[in-house]
Design a protein around this ligand. Structure first.
Ligand code: C2E
Ligand code: CA
Ligand code: CA
Ligand code: CA
Length: 279
C-alpha cells in the first residue's frame, strides 16, 4: 500500500479506523433500532410569562439495548450523514401527530402547540411538504397545533425552495420557528423574507446572560429584531430565576428550560404540570 504514496497511509490510521468502525456499528444499530421501535419521544414544556404551559417540544431519544439512553446529539448527525434521518424524521412526525390527536380531545390540552425539530436534509427532500400533509390527514392531527423548528443551516442552500415549502405548509395552518437563532448563517435580509412565526434564542446566549455583557447585548438585540419583524421569541435553556428575570425585563415572553421542566416522557410531564397531557 505504501507504494501508492503517503496519502494512502491515512487509511491505516488506527484511530481513524476505530472511529469509522464505531460509526458503522452505531449506524447498523440505529437502522435496527428504528425497526425495533427503540426510539421514543421526550417532551419539554414551553411556558409563557405567567409560567403556564403553552406548548411542548418533542425531543427524540434512543433506548439502546446495551448503551442505555443515547442522546440525539450523538445519533442525529449520524442519521443525517447516512440518510436515516428520513425514516427517523417521519417517525417523529407521526408520533407527534398521534400525540396531538390525543390532546385534541381534552379542553385543557387542545390549545397546546407541539414543536417538532426538522433536519435540513429532511426538509430539503422534494416530497417533504407532501409527507407532512399526508401525515396530518392520515392521523387527523390539527395542522394549527403543529410547529416545525428549522435551523439556519438550511439557508446555505436553496432559499427560494425553502420559502416555497414554508409558504405552502403555512397556508395549511402550520407554523415555523427558527431554532438556535444567532449561532448560524442568517443574514437579516433572509430573516425578513422567510415566512417565520418564531425565533428561538439559542441556549448558548442564555447561559451566561448575567455574567457576559456580550451575550446580554445579543439577547436584547434578538428581542428587538424579533419585535420589529413581528416574530414571537422563545428563550431556550433557562435554568435560573436570575436568567428568567433578565429575559423578562428585556421583553421576552416565552421560555423553555430546566427551570420549568426537563424533557421527559409524556406521562411524567403530565404529572409535573398537573395536566392531563396523555390519555
Ligand atoms: P434543540 O432543538 O436545540 O433542543 C434543545 C436541547 O437543549 C435539548 O437537547 C434539550 O434537552 C436541551 N435543554 C433544554 N432545556 C435545557 C436547559 O435548561 N439547559 C440545558 N443545558 N439544556 C437544555 P437534546 O434533547 O439532547 O437534543 C439535542 C438536539 O438534537 C436538539 O437541539 C435538536 O437539534 C436535535 N433533535 C432532538 N430531537 C430531534 C428530532 O426529533 N429531529 C431532529 N432532526 N433533531 C432532533
Ligand atoms: Ca429545537
Ligand atoms: Ca435550540
Ligand atoms: Ca441546539
Amino acid at each position: 500500500a505504501k507504494a501508492h504514496g503517503r496519502n494512502t497511509l491515512r487509511f491505516f490510521d488506527p484511530q481513524m479506523q476505530a472511529a469509522a468502525t464505531a460509526r458503522s456499528v452505531l449506524e447498523g444499530d440505529l437502522r435496527q433500532g428504528l425497526l425495533r421501535q427503540e426510539l421514543l419521544l421526550y417532551y419539554q414544556p414551553v411556558v409563557n410569562d405567567q409560567q403556564r404551559i403553552t406548548g411542548v417540544e418533542a425531543l427524540v431519544r434512543w433506548a439502546h439495548p446495551q448503551r442505555g439512553m443515547v442522546s440525539p446529539g450523538e445519533f442525529i448527525p449520524l442519521a443525517e450523514q447516512t440518510g436515516l434521518i428520513l425514516p427517523l424524521g417521519q417517525w417523529v412526525l407521526e408520533q407527534a401527530c398521534a400525540q396531538l390527536v390525543q390532546w385534541a380531545d381534552r379542553p385543557e390540552t387542545r390549545h397546546l402547540t407541539l414543536s417538532v425539530n426538522v433536519s435540513a436534509r429532511q426538509f430539503r427532500h422534494p416530497d417533504f411538504v407532501q409527507l407532512v400533509l399526508d401525515t396530518l390527514s392520515r392521523t387527523g392531527a390539527n395542522a394549527r397545533c403543529l410547529q416545525l423548528e428549522l435551523t439556519e443551516s438550511l439557508l446555505l442552500t436553496d432559499v427560494e425552495d425553502m420559502i416555497a415549502k414554508m409558504t405552502e405548509l403555512r397556508m395549511e395552518g402550520l407554523r415555523f420557528s427558527l431554532d438556535d437563532f444567532g449561532t448560524g448563517y442568517s443574514s437579516l435580509s433572509y430573516l425578513k423574507r422567510l415566512p417565520l412565526d418564531q425565533l428561538k434564542i439559542d441556549q448558548g446566549f442564555v447561559r451566561d446572560v448575567l455574567v457576559d455583557p456580550n451575550d446580554a447585548a445579543i439577547v436584547r438585540t434578538i428581542l428587538a429584531l424579533a419585535g420589529s419583524l413581528d416574530l414571537a421569541v422563545v428563550a431556550e435553556g433557562v435554568e435560573t430565576e436570575g436568567q428568567l428575570d433578565f429575559l423578562r425585563q428585556s421583553g421576552c415572553r416565552a421560555f423553555q428550560g430546566y427551570l420549568f421542566g426537563r424533557p421527559a416522557p409524556i406521562d411524567r410531564l403530565e404529572q409535573a404540570q398537573g395536566l392531563s397531557l396523555a390519555t
